[in-house]
Design a protein around this ligand. Structure first.
Ligand SMILES: Nc1nc2c(ncn2[C@@H]2O[C@H](COP(=O)(O)OP(=O)(O)OP(=O)(O)O)[C@@H](O)[C@H]2O)c(=O)[nH]1
Ligand SMILES: [Mg+2]
Length: 225
């Protein structure tokens, strides 16, 4: 039996996305901008981690945030409240960002030259996984309230994200969350990935997270020099 129409349409959409993503990646290679694509379930702490991150790095680096959501400017407002430029992308119902939408909104945002651009994807552990946005790497977040079985249940994102960040570690004493089991699952899916344990509330792990960003930015700059 031939390929169904739905599969063909999906494949075409991914192919078009790939081409747009390649253009974005090339542009960011030229400017030496480090670009992250943050992916996780709704409420796992993406914006809160970004708030803590920009607060720590904004005096030394030119930062901006693209916020992906189905509705509201709330996340972009939270970042702007810290004095860091942010632009809200509204998908109008779609459960993921696409490279073309990022390109369009980046032009509208007119951030100027940046050291680091953070893209917070729409809260969803599945849909954003297949859509390359031209980023240097994907970051998968998993909050400890979501359960310690998630990497094996959602292998797509945890195998593709170069960095996995466990969030809300301050809540660990109150939950039956087996951190070692999660570390093992992520290690199996992505043996060369980086695994960080953080809490935006207590500050745990934020030094390591920010150091990773600085290292990756320096490496990108050195490669482009
Ligand atoms: N205890 C604790 N709560 C946290 C931490 N980080 C985030 N939260 C809380 O988790 C809730 C959701 O956080 P957000 O940062 O809005 O989550 P998000 O992933 O951006 O959510 P969406 O954009 O809707 O997908 C908020 O009530 C935060 O205060 C943390 O480190 N510890
Ligand atoms: Mg958010």
């Amino acid at each position: 039996m031939g390929e169904s129409k739905v599969v063909r349409v999906q494949r075409n959409a991914l192919e078009i996305n790939r081409r747009h993503a390649a253009r974005l990646r090339e542009a960011w290679r030229g400017t030496g901008t480090l670009v992250l694509n943050l992916i996780s379930s709704p409420g796992s702490g993406k914006t809160t981690l970004l708030e803590a991150t920009v607060a720590r790095l904004k005096d030394r680096f030119r930062l901006a945030v693209l916020e992906g959501d189905v509705a509201t400017e709330r996340d972009a407002d939270r970042i702007r409240a810290l004095g860091v430029p942010a632009h809200q992308i509204l998908t109008g119902g779609a459960c993921h960002l696409e490279a073309r939408l990022v390109q369009k909104n980046l032009e509208a945002a007119d951030f100027g030259e940046l050291d680091i651009l953070f893209i917070e994807n729409v809260g969803n552990l599945i849909c954003p996984t297949s859509y390359d946005l031209g980023e240097d790497f994907k970051v998968a977040l998993l909050s400890v309230t979501e359960g310690d079985d998630k990497p094996f249940k959602y292998p797509g994102i945890f195998s593709r994200a170069e960095v996995t960040v466990v969030t809300k570690a301050d809540l660990l004493p109150h939950l039956p969350f087996d951190l070692d089991a999660v570390r093992e699952q992520v290690g199996t899916l992505n043996p060369r990935g980086t695994f960080l344990v953080t809490s935006a509330t207590s500050g745990e792990g934020l030094d390591a997270w920010c150091a990773l960003l600085e290292e990756r930015l320096a490496a990108k700059r050195a490669a482009g020099a």
